[in-house]
Ligand binder design. Structure first.
Ligand SMILES: [Zn+2]
Length: 293
């Protein structure tokens, strides 16, 4: 069966697209629930720390009772955010479920966010494009996993201005170990230097910006994300990544502020633009390097 799939390109791409849709559906759950899990555990730690140093009245006021645990990543099953009705299995099918329901909850008729089919489609598109560009193999597998992570991190950063450490670190290990395994197309030396330089570039920029303006321009998650991209792409791709991230961030950021009509103090997360730039560098890296070298 695998032979016939490889021999028939359209079969291969259909299988890849379906796989991407299913993973995209899972990413939707991760994007929605994982930050809740993280925020809940941080609140718990903070309460434990406060309770150690405060009197019993404070301890009672900050008890865990008012902060119920968030849903897990796998359980409970998906339900409507408005009416809490559980979603029927056939409506949970990626993309098709959304189309069957015409974008509305079967029980309460409230609209279902267009983000769900969008994320599923993007995950499917990334899977197909990577194999189409680079063929089946270790390199494609590495970048398909990296793309899923980048997609989830982009949405979590947009929602919460947060890039979870476990996700940036996983991307960093993928880059470093991928270079050691010889599948990332980057030597271990270039990957290690890329990780260090990626982190230090944004770290340096952050502190320079803070000294000059007294403001915090970005978060530590951004440094870690660029470190991970440096490990995946090698240090020589970092200028291209920063260039694309800055330009797209400036253009889309200004457009966003104009559409939303918000002041210039509005915080725009940088993570999504770094993720986008990492992807652009993957596909068009050599062309970009030719421009600036
Ligand atoms: Zn509903």
């Amino acid at each position: 069966m695998i032979d016939s799939i490889i021999q028939q390109p359209w079969l291969l791409y259909t299988a890849l697209a379906l796989f991407g849709l299913v993973i995209g559906s899972f990413l939707n759950v991760v994007i929605y629930r994982y930050p809740q899990v993280l925020l809940h555990s941080w609140r718990q730690e903070s309460r434990a720390l406060l309770a150690e140093h405060a009197g019993s009245d404070v301890e009672a006021a900050i008890s865990d009772a008012s902060d119920p645990p968030p849903p897990g990543l796998v359980w409970p099953a998906s339900h409507c955010r408005h009416c809490k009705a559980s979603i029927r299995p056939w409506h949970n099918i990626p993309l098709l479920g959304f189309l069957l329901l015409r974008g509305r909850c079967r029980d309460c008729g409230k609209p279902i966010s267009w983000r769900y089919p969008l994320i599923e489609t993007l995950a499917a598109a990334a899977t197909v494009i990577i194999v189409w560009q680079f063929g089946l193999g270790g390199f494609a597998l590495l970048w398909i996993i990296a793309s899923y992570l980048l997609l989830a991190m982009t949405m979590i950063d947009l929602d919460h201005q947060l890039l979870p450490d476990p996700m940036t670190y996983l991307l960093l290990w993928l880059g470093l170990l991928g270079s050691v395994a010889g599948i990332s197309g980057v030597t271990p030396e270039d990957a290690i230097v890329g990780a260090a330089v990626g982190y230090l570039l944004l770290w340096g920029f952050y502190h320079l910006f803070r000294l000059l303006t007294g403001k915090h321009g970005m978060g530590y998650g951004d440094f870690k994300l660029l470190a991970a991209l440096g490990a995946l792409l090698g240090w020589s791709m970092l200028p291209a990544v920063i260039l694309v991230a800055s330009i797209s961030g400036a253009v889309l950021g200004i457009a966003w502020l104009m559409i939303k009509g918000q002041g210039r103090q509005t915080r725009i997360p940088f993570g999504p633009f770094l993720a986008l730039a990492g992807w652009v560098a993957l596909l068009f890296g050599p062309q970009l390097q030719a421009i600036y070298f």
